[in-house]
Write a protein that binds this ligand. Structure first.
Ligand code: PRP
Ligand code: ZN
Length: 287
């Protein structure tokens, strides 16, 4: 029965751990993830979750230890493994940057020519510098890259920046962005059989959860003579639901609106005469 499960690798501890676990839970997949756990079997979905170092995930997928995984695009780009990017997940947004000590007078990339740059992303950095025609000395290190300049082993670094607080506390500032990144669901190329089917089922749930995250359910009361005008503001999934209220001359309209322009739409609805506006989160949205 073991091979009837999809094995998915997620980051054991780090920026993507909590949102990755949160996403699976929102897909109604229940599992234990006690401290120190390396693998966990979901109770009600054919999934085996492996908790690994994010840098190792692509290789484990390619070797068949896992079938799929949730990793940053930065990890995929740095890896030599050719995996299938299945779905962008919209969390874990960050950027891979070149950063220099605050006292370093940085104007253009050529200021880094001949300098030592510490990074855990030698492949991406090398490609970037080669494309720009800048020759620098890349020092590949696996962790704590941000301290390299202060202990004198590098003049600059190339590392991930999310909030920017790591750079700030280490007296560094951003010089150049090399790539933007977010979490992605990736799978082994040519995945087939039960694993592929389970991946499709998981993907269906992930898309439903993410669509729901980006949308809200809205209910409002409108005078009947305003229905036409207000309907134009609310496209809905097919079209809005319009129901008469118990008092004459008024209706209730229900619809789905995008979270992105949600406040704009609400302002326009109010201006058009809507009252008693309720906005509700959606758990899943099946498209
Ligand atoms: C990155 C990077 C910094 C930190 C930056 O590490 O190496 O340490 O995040 O975040 P900040 O701008 O919010 O301070 P990551 O989470 O990828 O961990 P890892 O390198 O150990 O995998
Ligand atoms: Zn990492």
């Amino acid at each position: 029965m073991q091979d009837q499960r999809l094995k998915i690798a997620i980051q054991k501890s780090g920026r993507l751990s909590e949102p990755s676990i949160g996403l699976l839970r929102k897909c109604d997949i229940a599992f234990d993830n006690g401290a120190g756990k390396l693998r966990s079997t979901a109770y009600d979905f054919p999934l085996e979750i492996l908790f690994l170092r994010d840098d190792d995930i692509p290789q484990y997928i390619e070797d068949g230890v896992a079938d799929a995984g949730i990793v940053g695009q930065n990890i995929l780009a740095e890896s030599d493994c050719r995996l299938e990017p299945v779905e962008m997940l919209g969390f874990g947004r960050c950027r891979l940057c070149l950063a220099v000590p605050r006292g370093f007078e940085y104007r253009t990339l050529t200021d880094l020519a001949g300098k030592r740059i510490a990074t855990s992303y030698p492949k991406i950095l090398n490609t970037f510098l080669a494309k720009k025609g800048v020759d620098a000395d890349i020092h590949s290190i696996s962790g704590s890259v941000e301290i390299a300049p202060s202990i004198g082993v590098a003049d600059a670094i190339c590392d991930l920046v999310s909030s920017g607080s790591t750079l700030l506390t280490n007296g560094l500032r951003e010089a150049e962005t090399i790539m933007e990144s977010e979490a992605v669901l990736a799978a082994r190329r040519g995945l087939d059989g039960p694993a592929k089917q389970i991946l499709s089922r998981l993907l269906f749930r992930i898309r439903s959860v993410n669509a729901a995250r980006d949308n809200k359910y809205i209910l409002l009361n409108v005078p009947n003579e305003k229905i036409a005008e207000i309907q134009k503001l609310l496209p809905g999934m097919k079209s809005p639901t319009v129901m008469p209220l118990a008092i004459g001359g008024w209706s209730s309209i229900h619809s789905v609106i995008s979270e992105h322009d949600f406040w704009n739409v609400v302002e326009q609805l109010k201006a058009a005469g809507a009252e008693g506006i309720l906005v509700v989160s959606i758990d899943q949205m099946i498209l």
